[in-house]
Design a protein around this ligand. Structure first.
Ligand code: A2P
Length: 282
């Protein structure tokens, strides 16, 4: 009788079929336009909370050659740098080249993840300050989902204000649950500290459905509503730092507002008062 090769754990592991493949571990659909998912993290991947990577899937085969090319887009990592998995928060665009396919991923599927994190929504790009603002619209919340779970966010500031503007209430749910979880999950409480979490103010607004606070954040800043609601005097270069992530329109409008308050735009190589990144769309 010939000896058979024993089935080891290693031989049972699925062999990656994509370049830079990572395996999907969970998927959650929030609305018909929004979903989040988690994937395995490459052992060698180090990143700073708030950075993004290129992720995607193989595109359709070329009609003549049959060759397939990776279809990649920039996605903010929504999980913090200490997390053993990676989380992403995405829009679903029905005719979007990537998200029309990506929205159908299931646990066990593979995605492509290029392990080269970059980005400007990082603490290093801001000068020290007292109050930190996160301004997000839609899936622009993703980098803040990472930063809000990073102890440094609270250690570096006396106050952290996160604003999130969405069309309707259901689109706020990912952010709302994440913030609730910071305050109720034992592990998060222990990691961040109750005293630190007391520094956090959440300011959600909607524009197309009735909710306790309606309006674009830009309008609410310009007419002073935000400051009246939060009991603060305003924004100044001396005390305030800001990170902005949303559509091109939001980014342009908020830049103008922040510059109007005397804040200057920073970068990794030149830290200043605020930083901006475009949320992935399409
Ligand atoms: P609005 O409904 O008035 O367009 P989207 O889902 O299209 O990405 O938009 C997300 C949220 O961002 C919506 O509430 C939208 O408001 C808001 N928004 C879009 N453009 C701007 C902008 N230039 N300034 C502020 N908020 C904006």
């Amino acid at each position: 009788m010939t000896e058979q090769t024993p089935v080891t754990e290693a031989s049972a592991v699925k062999i990656p079929t994509l370049p830079d493949a990572q395996t999907v571990t969970s998927v959650q659909h929030w609305t018909d336009r929004l979903f989040s998912f988690r994937v395995t993290r490459p052992a060698s991947l180090r990143f700073r909370s708030g950075e993004f990577v290129m992720i995607g899937l193989m595109g359709d085969p070329h009609p003549e050659t049959g060759k397939q090319k990776p279809l990649l887009r920039a996605y903010s990592i929504a999980s913090p740098s200490w997390d053993e998995e990676l989380e992403f928060y995405s829009i679903k665009v029905q005719d979007g080249p990537l998200t029309s396919k990506l929205q159908h991923i299931q646990p066990g599927d593979e995605i492509i993840l290029r392990p080269k994190p970059v980005g400007t929504l990082v603490h290093d790009a801001l000068l020290p300050g007292k109050r930190l603002w996160f301004f997000a619209t839609g899936t622009g919340f993703a980098p803040f989902a990472s930063l809000l779970r990073d102890p440094q966010t609270y250690e570096d500031y006396d106050q952290v204000i996160v604003t999130h503007t969405c069309r309707d209430v259901a689109e706020l749910e990912y952010g709302r649950q994440l913030i609730d979880n910071l305050r109720t999950d034992e592990m998060m409480l222990e990691l961040l500290g109750e005293e630190n979490l007391a520094k956090l103010t959440y300011y959600p607004t909607t524009t197309r459905e009735e909710s306790p606070k309606m309006g674009r954040i830009t309008t609410l800043l310009k007419d002073g509503t935000v400051f009246a609601d939060l009991g603060i005097d305003g924004i100044s270069a001396e005390t305030d730092r800001a990170m902005v992530c949303g559509s091109m329109g939001l980014n342009t409008d908020l830049k103008e507002i922040l510059e109007g308050f005397g804040l200057d735009e920073g970068a990794n190589s030149d830290p200043k008062h605020y930083v901006v990144e475009k949320a992935f769309v399409g």
